[in-house]
Design a protein around this ligand. Structure first.
Ligand code: PGA
Length: 267
C-alpha cells in the first residue's frame, strides 16, 4: 500500500547552512548525483515516485532555489505565518515565499512547539492557510518521552491531529510523525514503534477525511533517521518517507537516504 504512495525524503536543516554552505551542498549533491545514486533510484526520482526535498533556513532559500534549479530537489520553508501580510514583526508570509518560488512549508515541528509557542491551534491556522495558498505542507506531530512512558502516545497523536489538521483534506498535505524523544538524540523509534504510530495517525486521518484520503496521505517518520536505519523504517507499510535533521546536512548522507528510498520502492 505504501508503495503506491511513493516515498518522500525531506531534509530539515533547522538553523544550519547559510547561503555559502547551501550552494556548496547543492553543488556536491548535483555532482555526485549519478555516481552515488543507482540508475533505478534516479528513474524513481524522474518518475516522481521518489521525491527529494530540503528545508533550509529562510535566508538560504533563494540560494537553494537557484542552486537546485532544474534539479529534482525541491525547496521548502521551515516557518511561515498564516496571514498574508501585516504587523507581525519577524514573520514571513506565504505570498513572499511563493514569489521566490518556494512550494513547500513545514508546520508544527516540535522545536517550534517547544521553543516558539507553536500550539495545535496555530498549527491548524498555518496548515489551513498554506494549503489554501497552494503549498505542499508537511505537518509534524509526535509525543515527548514523558508522554510515551506514561502510555499517552496514542492520545497525543489523536489530539494533535484532531486539533491541528486543516478542515479540508488536500493531496498536498503530508504528515510527519516525529517522536520528540527521538529528535536529535540518536534514539530512533524502532520500525515497529514507527509503524504503530503511523497506523494510529492514518486511522485518525481516516476519521477526519475518510479512508480514501487517508490511504493517499504520505506519513513520514522523523527522529534520528540515518542512512543506516532508513531501510528498516522505510520497509514498514505505513512509513512513506523520512523527515531528517542531522543526517540531511551532508551531501553524501542525503544521497544515501535517497538511495535507501529508491531501494524501499523496489522491495
Ligand atoms: P534529527 O531531526 O534527524 O536530527 O533527529 C529530525 C527533525 O527534527 O526533523
Amino acid at each position: 500500500m505504501s508503495r503506491t504512495r511513493g516515498i518522500l525524503i525531506a531534509g530539515n536543516w533547522k538553523m544550519n547552512h547559510g547561503a555559502k554552505a547551501t550552494r556548496e551542498f547543492a553543488q556536491s549533491v548535483s555532482s555526485a548525483w549519478s555516481s552515488k545514486l543507482s540508475d533505478s533510484t534516479r528513474k524513481k526520482i524522474d518518475s516522481k515516485s521518489l521525491q527529494a526535498l530540503v528545508f533550509p533556513p529562510h535566508l538560504s532559500l533563494t540560494p537553494a532555489l537557484e542552486a537546485f534549479a532544474g534539479s529534482a530537489v525541491a525547496v521548502g520553508a521551515q516557518n511561515v505565518h498564516w496571514e498574508e501580510k501585516g504587523a507581525f514583526t519577524g514573520e514571513i508570509s506565504g505570498s513572499m515565499l511563493a514569489e521566490i518560488g518556494v512550494k513547500w512549508t513545514l508546520v508544527g515541528h516540535s522545536e517550534r512547539r517547544q521553543y516558539f509557542g507553536e500550539t495545535d491551534q496555530t498549527v491548524k491556522k498555518r496548515s489551513e492557510s498554506h494549503l489554501k495558498q497552494g503549498f505542499q505542507v508537511v505537518l509534524c506531530i509526535g509525543e515527548t518521552r514523558a508522554e510515551r512512558e506514561g502510555g499517552k502516545t496514542e492520545k497525543v497523536i489523536e489530539t494533535q491531529l484532531a486539533q491541528g489538521l486543516p478542515d479540508a483534506w488536500s493531496d498536498r498535505l503530508i504528515i510527519a510523525y516525529e517522536p520528540v524523544w527521538a529528535i536529535g538524540t540518536g534514539l530512533t523509534a524502532t520500525p515497529e514503534q514507527a509503524e504503530e504510530a503511523h497506523q494510529i495517525s492514518r486511522r485518525e486521518i481516516a476519521k477526519k477525511y475518510g479512508p480514501e484520503a487517508a490511504a493517499k496521505t504520505l506519513i513520514l517518520y522523523g527522529g534520528s533517521v540515518t542512512p543506516e536505519n532508513a531501510a528498516g523504517l522505510l520497509a514498514q507499510p505505513n512509513v512513506d518517507g523520512g523527515l531528517v535533521g542531522g543526517a540531511s546536512l551532508k551531501p553524501e548522507s542525503f544521497l544515501a537516504l535517497l538511495e535507501a528510498g529508491g531501494k524501499a520502492l523496489e522491495a
